[in-house]
Design a protein around this ligand. Structure first.
Ligand code: HAM
Length: 414
């Protein structure tokens, strides 16, 4: 039997990697313009890093992690998300002491053993942005603006921003209690999953897709009623800043997010052309996480976006790149050394040069040049070698001209 990728994992084939590189380039560029530096952390970490931060009762920790016992006895997990590893690195390397504000971003693969479907893989990629050190609303607005700018630059269609505040720690525990008080008398109308969640993590019930439960939710208490005065002030300031940046948003008091570390502002960018897995990006404040993991109390906020979902929601036309590709055809075996040299000279001028190494016919090589979208073909045959000339065919106009070899640079630079 021929080997296949493991269920829920995918190859990124050469024909698709240009779109990935373009996306990565925009992320590096925008992050740098906002003063964020890249951080790269290991693919696997101590299991308890995730159970302590993301939360034991979340789907991610209770069902979806790839975890194994290491030979030395410790429990290791393939990272299911990157906020906890970045917070771990922040504490481990004392980054808070180096600068009161640490702005970082990342890209890379993550692993969750979910049921695979469109837009949901078991190995997927995220890019994310995290800022440690500021508790103020302008930091929230900056983080959301970075996402908005990246998605706009990419031409993401039908995108909406949902915004909520989960309040500070105390607000959340009061809200949890209120939800339990509300749902306990209705317990037998809840699904088995929601009944379990009612005990451990009642906020997760708000995420239900079950229509009967959604009806019950209509009358359920809202988190907004549990915000402290400071929570409320912070949240309305964030909204004012987003309005002044002309970033449209909708308030959604039922949006709870699937990870336990959030406090105050939470948000998601939703794309309506993605189907059931419609969240392109999710994030929020996690002012208590650094302390939970053993660091000094440090306010922080960030987001992560699914790179496969981004690429799925970009118009295919947006994915094409401008061509600077040249195809060099050498038909004279004894001149292959010279042909390799000419190819390098053209590359030095900033072009991508492809050469045939199968010694195919002129016709076959011209077909190949068209296939890869070359803009020009340089042809070296017996006559050209003898006369120290080159034939140059412009594939965009179909015109062909002969130039002296010595005019090569002049031809490509003008
Ligand atoms: P998350 O909402 O779990 O948040 O994931 C963020 C994004 O990753 C999702 O909106 C989605 O686009 C993508 N994603 C998640 N799971 C999958 C999957 N199985 N297949 C494909 N794409 C997926 C976090 O991970 C937080 N660490 C975000 C964060 C950063 N909060 C603060 N800072």
């Amino acid at each position: 039997m021929a080997f296949q990728t493991i269920k829920g994992t995918h190859d990124i084939l050469p024909e698709d990697s240009t779109s990935w590189q373009k996306l990565e380039h925009i992320i590096h560029d925008v992050a740098a313009r906002f003063g964020y530096s890249e951080i790269r952390t290991p693919i696997f970490e101590d299991t308890s890093l995730f159970s302590r931060s993301v939360g034991e009762d979340t789907d991610i920790v209770s069902k979806e992690m790839y975890t194994w016992q290491d030979r030395s006895g410790g429990s290791i997990t393939l990272r299911p998300e990157l906020t906890a590893p970045v917070a771990r690195a922040f504490i481990q390397h004392n980054l808070g002491r180096k600068s009161p504000l640490q702005r970082m971003y990342y890209m890379g693969p993550l692993f969750r053993r979910e049921r695979p479907q469109k837009g949901r893989q078991r190995q997927f990629h995220q890019f994310g942005i995290e800022a440690f050190g500021s508790k103020f609303p302008e930091q929230d607005a900056e983080i959301i603006a970075i996402g908005y700018i990246i998605f706009s630059k990419l031409g993401l269609k039908d995108l909406s921003l949902k915004l909520n505040s989960l309040g500070s720690g105390e607000c959340r525990s009061h809200y949890k209690k209120a939800l339990q008080d509300y749902f306990n008398p209705l317990k037998n109308q809840l699904s088995e999953t929601s009944q379990k969640r009612l005990e451990s993590n009642p906020l997760r019930i708000l995420d239900t897709k079950n229509p009967d439960e959604q009806t019950l939710l209509a009358e359920a208490p809202s988190i907004a009623d549990f915000w402290s005065e400071d929570d409320q002030k912070h949240f309305s300031h964030v909204q004012d800043l987003l309005s002044s940046l002309e970033i449209p948003f909708e308030l959604d008091s039922r949006m709870v997010r699937g990870l336990d570390y959030y406090t105050r502002t939470t948000f998601e960018f939703i794309s309506s052309n993605l189907g059931a897995q419609d969240a392109v990006c999710g994030g929020g404040r996690y002012d208590g996480l650094v302390e939970t993991l053993g660091g000094k109390p440090t306010p922080a906020i960030g987001f992560a976006a699914g790179m496969e979902r981004i690429l799925m929601s970009i118009d295919p036309q947006e994915k094409s790149t401008e061509g600077n590709s040249v195809y060099l055809i050498n038909l004279v075996e004894s001149a292959s050394g010279k042909a390799l040299q000419v190819a390098n000279e053209i590359r030095e001028l900033g072009f991508a040069v492809t050469m045939d190494t199968l010694r195919r016919s002129l016709k076959a090589q011209l077909r190949d040049a068209n296939r890869i979208g070359a803009i020009k073909v340089v042809i070296m045959g017996d006559e050209e070698i003898k006369n120290q000339t080159l034939q140059i065919k412009d594939l965009t106009t179909g015109e062909q001209e002969e130039i002296a070899e010595s005019d090569l640079v002049k031809h490509f630079v003008v």
